[in-house]
Design a protein around this ligand. Structure first.
Ligand code: MG
Length: 172
């Protein structure tokens, strides 16, 4: 875990963080993206609920705050996080980031999936994430891309997500 900061961040402090995650698509699991269950014959496999988008956003927030990564906070060797609701993990990290004196300015994200098509789900995911993050949907980007049939994503073997988050110090 990272060392405690020497000072509290102020309004003049801005930080950007990046997050990336991918999970394998399998039968017999729900597909959950950004806390929204998507109709799909395949779902993402993982120790938690494998919500790849929440994991990428969680890492972006942690990175911006200099607080390590999701594995530092929620080890996948810990049975407490078996089938964990990733929205709850994200909420815990939002709390830890706030405790360090940061507020979230905006989050942007891209889901990379060959199937299913996410055009109709994007607005729903955006609203759900805005609610979780305590942001206006104006400040939450949810984009969808495909693998153009290239690589593991293009073959439909998995889904990836990328995110960036910007933080600003809360103190005057
Ligand atoms: Mg993950």
């Amino acid at each position: 875990m990272s060392a405690a900061p020497a000072r509290q961040p102020t309004r003049d402090d801005h930080r950007t963080g990046i997050g990336w995650d991918s999970h394998r698509l399998v039968e017999g699991r729900p597909l959950i993206l950004g806390g929204v269950t998507i109709v799909s014959p395949l779902g993402l496999d993982g120790h938690s609920d494998a919500d790849v988008l929440c994991h990428a956003i969680t890492d972006a927030l942690l990175g911006a705050a200099g607080l390590g990564d999701i594995g530092d906070h929620f080890p996948d060797t810990d049975s407490a996080y078996k089938d964990a609701d990733s929205v709850k993990l994200l909420q815990a990290v939002i709390g830890r980031v706030a405790d360090r004196g940061w507020e979230i300015v905006n989050v942007d994200s891209t889901i990379v999936a060959e199937k299913p098509k996410l055009g109709k789900a994007k607005a729903q995911i955006q609203q759900r994430l805005a609610d979780v993050l305590g942001l206006d949907p104006f400040d939450v980007g949810v984009k969808a891309s495909t693998g153009e049939r290239l690589g593991f994503i293009g073959r439909g073997e998995g889904i990836a997500a990328l995110a960036v988050a910007q933080l600003r110090g809360r103190n005057p």
